[in-house]
Design a binder for this molecule. Structure first.
Ligand SMILES: *[C@@H]1O[C@H](CO)[C@@H](O)[C@H](O)[C@H]1NC(C)=O
Ligand SMILES: *[C@@H]1O[C@H](CO)[C@@H](O)[C@H](O)[C@H]1NC(C)=O
Ligand SMILES: *[C@@H]1O[C@H](CO)[C@@H](O)[C@H](O)[C@H]1NC(C)=O
Ligand SMILES: *[C@@H]1O[C@H](CO)[C@@H](O)[C@H](O)[C@H]1NC(C)=O
Length: 401
């Protein structure tokens, strides 16, 4: 059949051609041309494959230098990037955890986790906040410098084993993980709130309980700062698992659903990248601050729609200094607390230019609601004023759906 076909094609050509000369050489030339075209398309095909899957194997990378491979991998969308075995394992485990959110029940509790060097100056305020809500909360304290003396029965014997915490270093993340690990041991804890010694409640217990328990996201702060204090702190050592385009920033004060707390504890791959490479002086003059980048980057990569992207803990950065404003007794007025509790948009200040701002509304299950449940950087001397004002400012807004 094949021979006959070729013969007949040749015959047609021969009939069309008036020159008898090249009749016997033509088929081999054509065949050579076909082989060249085939060889060229094979090379092109492999080149395309090498471009698309540069991490697929080392061999594919020989076609372009390994440096080219890495640069291309960074540029590629994640779906085209070849994951390492460790990364595949981590992603499978974490997506399995996230796909099984626990059911909220009557006995579901909020774990209030205090990260403090020592004393908790607002224990008396928290005591009033907790009163009457026994069985709906639990308290955990990580006191890194000295064991605090307690004024509230809710705080007695709630210390967990602690270790030294250095601001901006991985030891801060380690303390957060230690708190989560301890709080996860109680299966009725469904929400995990990280607080500092300078944090105060801005709402009644009931309001905070409903706001968190029935929210469909965890309140983890996360934004893209393309400047030197944002993705400028990304280290090449973090590649290929953590790409510069996925590097995020956010305040460390989170509230997390149980599945997000479990996912955080299950992660060792991304955590180890921050432990080993996020610190000052590792690459050039980059000053990577572990607690500002690890969780925002982790959740942005593994569950971007599962987080709010803002924090429910208010802090005043309006002075644009290295540290936020500390509220003093003279600042604490009914008007201030009214302002803090009625805010329903948040701003993220980037390190681009003179501080480009990104504004976003605070959406709670699709409804615009006040952003803040807690306030931060209150001076210990504000305690008496806060106690005076507490029932007034928490009563002003009750929970309504
Ligand atoms: C948070 O930001 C991510 C993008 O990083 C987005 O996909 C997600 O929908 C945002 N979350 C909410 C609740 O809007
Ligand atoms: C409260 O908010 C108003 C309007 O933004 C502002 O003018 C005022 O200074 C704020 N007061 C305090 C005490 O923060
Ligand atoms: C949360 O609820 C909003 C509004 O119903 C919806 O748009 C969003 O997709 C939900 N997010 C998740 C993670 O379920
Ligand atoms: C208590 O709150 C109301 C509004 O909710 C306000 O008018 C009143 O001045 C407040 N009282 C004090 C002592 O601040």
């Amino acid at each position: 059949m094949k021979a006959a076909k070729r013969w007949s094609l040749g015959n047609l050509r021969d009939m069309a051609s008036s020159l008898p000369g090249p009749r016997h050489r033509a088929p081999s030339r054509r065949r050579a041309r076909v082989y060249i075209v085939m060889a060229l398309s094979l090379i092109a095909f492999f080149a395309v494959i090498a471009y698309m899957y540069p991490h697929h194997s080392k061999r594919a990378c020989y076609m372009i230098s390994s440096r080219g491979c890495k640069a291309l991998a960074d540029w590629l969308p994640p779906s085209l990037r070849e994951y390492s075995d460790d990364e595949i394992a981590a992603r499978v485990v974490i997506s399995e955890i996230l796909s099984n959110p626990p059911v909220i029940r009557k006995d579901s509790k909020i774990a209030f986790m205090f990260l403090t060097p020592g004393a908790l100056p607002f224990e008396r305020l928290w005591d009033r906040f907790f009163q009457g809500h026994e069985g709906k909360f639990s308290v955990y304290i990580h006191a890194s410098k000295e064991r605090p003396v307690h004024y509230s029965r809710y705080f007695v014997n709630r210390e967990i084993r602690s270790d030294e915490v250095v601001w901006g270093r991985i030891s801060m993340v380690d303390a957060e993980r230690r708190l989560l690990a301890n709080a996860l041991r109680d299966p009725t804890n469904q929400q995990f709130v990280l607080l500092s010694d300078s944090c105060v409640p801005l709402r009644s217990f009931e309001y905070i309980y409903n706001y968190l328990m029935y929210s469909n996201v965890s309140y983890v702060d996360c934004f893209d700062d393309p400047g030197q204090h944002g993705s400028g702190r990304h280290m090449n050592h973090m590649l290929p698992e953590i790409q510069k385009k996925d590097f995020r920033k956010g305040a460390q004060w989170f509230t997390m659903k149980r599945q997000h707390a479990v996912a955080t504890m299950a992660d060792s791959l991304y955590y180890s990248k921050f432990r080993d490479y996020c610190g000052p002086g590792i690459e050039n003059n980059k000053n990577c601050i572990a607690d500002e980048h690890y969780l925002p980057t982790f959740f942005h990569m593994l569950d971007p729609t599962g987080i709010s992207n803002w924090t429910v803990t208010q802090v005043d950065w309006s002075e644009r200094k290295w540290h936020p404003k500390t509220y003093m007794p003279e600042d604490v007025t009914h008007e201030l607390l009214n302002n803090l509790t009625s805010t329903d948009t948040v701003v993220h200040v980037t390190s681009v230019g003179v501080g480009e701002e990104i504004w976003m509304p605070c959406m709670w299950n699709g409804i615009k609601r006040p952003c803040y449940l807690f306030g931060r950087k209150f001076h210990p001397d504000t305690l008496d004023k806060l106690l005076d004002l507490f029932s007034n400012y928490t009563k002003s807004v009750s929970w309504q759906l």
